[in-house]
Design a protein around this ligand. Structure first.
Ligand code: S5P
Length: 266
């Protein structure tokens, strides 16, 4: 099936190149899984991608938690991810004013040069999205911003009124790829999907085949329920990288997400 047919209105109502690149990748890989590659050495990261790359549609990084980071090692790692047909998503959670966010796209890590997607909080106002987009323009690249509309962690301060404002500002901004929603609470996610409509994607952390509480206030919901509630991509970290057999688990998440996606189409 062509990506346009599979994604329906999510495809026709969203012309951001990076959003379509994701929808196409998901169809090629038959997976709505983004791996949260929260490992702290380059060797572990490289090993993880070798093991699970075929089952993923995207790769999420926290570049600042790698102990032995060097520009050369990171560049080789990004090439490996691209060869595995993965979009690269730096979960930097930018939150500063637009001009500083633009500068933070460069610096030591030079995120603008290798990330296809980044996260941002909208707490400082909508200019942050323009700042981040300007960061990509500075190096002649395209990218997409995922705005945090909800969070998965217990006690977070993103209440329904705040979520509604993030959605209202983000859904009409052409630089916004989509929103981060809470994968651990399908009922909250359904409300988010209603507010967002079909024009933007929703990606959800807080997803695990073992539903319940995680470490330090993390909460987990079921991948199938998240997709049925309107998630377009499940972000899975420890469910895969802490598994005894990460490849088998990644395959299980890919299958669960893809069958729920097909169920949603019917
Ligand atoms: O609300 C959020 C938003 C994000 S991006 N809750 C989250 O957990 N995340 C990220 O998703 C978090 O930074 C981590 O990298 C990943 C979840 O990892 P897991 O091991 O709990 O699956």
């Amino acid at each position: 099936m062509q990506a346009g047919e599979a994604w329906g209105r999510r495809w026709t109502e969203n012309s951001l190149p990076m959003a379509r690149a994701f929808m196409e990748a998901a169809c090629r890989k038959k997976s709505l899984v983004c791996l949260a590659a929260d490992r702290s050495t380059m060797a572990e990261l490289n090993h993880l991608i070798d093991e699970v790359g075929p089952h993923l549609a995207a790769l999420k990084t926290h570049v600042d938690l790698v102990d032995d980071w060097t520009p050369e090692a990171w560049s080789a790692f990004c090439s490996k991810a691209t060869a595995a047909d993965l979009l690269i998503f730096e979960d930097r959670k930018f939150a500063d004013i637009g001009g500083i966010s633009r500068k933070q796209m460069s610096g030591v890590y030079d995120i603008r040069s290798w990330a296809d997607l980044v996260t941002a909080h909208l707490i400082s106002g909508p200019d942050i999205v323009d700042g981040l987009q300007a960061g990509w323009e500075d190096v002649g690249r395209n990218g997409g911003v995922l705005l945090l509309a909800q969070m998965s962690s217990r006690g977070n301060l993103l209440n329904p009124a705040y979520t509604a404002q993030v959605v209202a500002l983000g859904k009409t901004h052409p630089g916004v790829f989509g929103f981060i929603g809470n994968g651990s609470r399908p009922e909250e996610l359904k409300l988010l999907r209603q507010a967002v409509g079909d024009g933007k994607l929703i990606w959800t952390p807080g997803v695990n085949l073992e539903v319940g509480d995680g470490e330090m206030g993390q909460r987990y919901g079921d991948p199938r329920e998240a997709v049925l509630a309107g998630s377009d991509c499940i972000i899975v970290g420890s469910g895969i990288h802490k598994a005894e057999n990460p490849a088998l688990q990644a395959e299980a998440y890919a299958k669960a997400s893809w069958s729920a996606f097909n169920e949603r189409l019917k």
